[in-house]
Design a protein around this ligand. Sequence first.
Ligand code: 5GP
Length: 211
Amino acid sequence: MTENITRRGMLLVLSSPSGAGKSTLSRLLLEKDDNIALSVSMTTRTPRPGEIDGVDYNFVSTAEFENLVQQDGFLEHAKVFDNYYGTPAAPVVKAIQAGRDVLFDIDWQGTQQLTQKAAKDLVRVFILPPSSQELERRLKERAQDSAAVVARRMSKASEEISHWAEYDYIIVNDELEKSEQQLFSILQAERLKRVRQTGLVPFVHEIIGEE
Ligand code: 5GP
């Protein structure tokens, strides 16, 4: 019965420099829990091999992107590595009203905008790599990116990390399994917050027999 108590969904933001393990952790969380879905961002960057339009991103032209900006259709948007990225608002609003949680893989700029717009519904998690050496190693391991791209991402990483203190939770991703558990615990605890359990008032009234 208790799982039927209506609740309001949350916006769970995961940020990190690339190479800290954020994509793997997102994937694991999405596999483990049916009530959270990934917000599919729009981007003007070209797809990498294996990326699927509509699944990894909605890949659009700059003109299409700018069009949605004009229509105020983004919850947040930012320029990252010369490309535009943004979160279309409509699917997110629909999901949280229906009591489903939404996972965001966005950078610090997007997180700041969401903090302005939706602080009450927001849970911000920052993933740190265990060391700079490990971060570099993981970036180099990604065969898909050229050496120049790796070098740029490494320098961008320190900029992203400098925003760590703007987040509610910090996970140092040393062991994947432990980090996955920590992320799952955050999700579980945040779901239990009184403010998210919007159906509690009628539920409690029924328990104590009030009209
Ligand atoms: P990538 O090109 O490697 O997929 O992503 C590059 C960076 O853009 C990552 O840090 C990722 O979190 C960020 N990003 C992806 N989608 C969005 C979005 O919709 N909004 C913002 N602000 N950042 C995004």
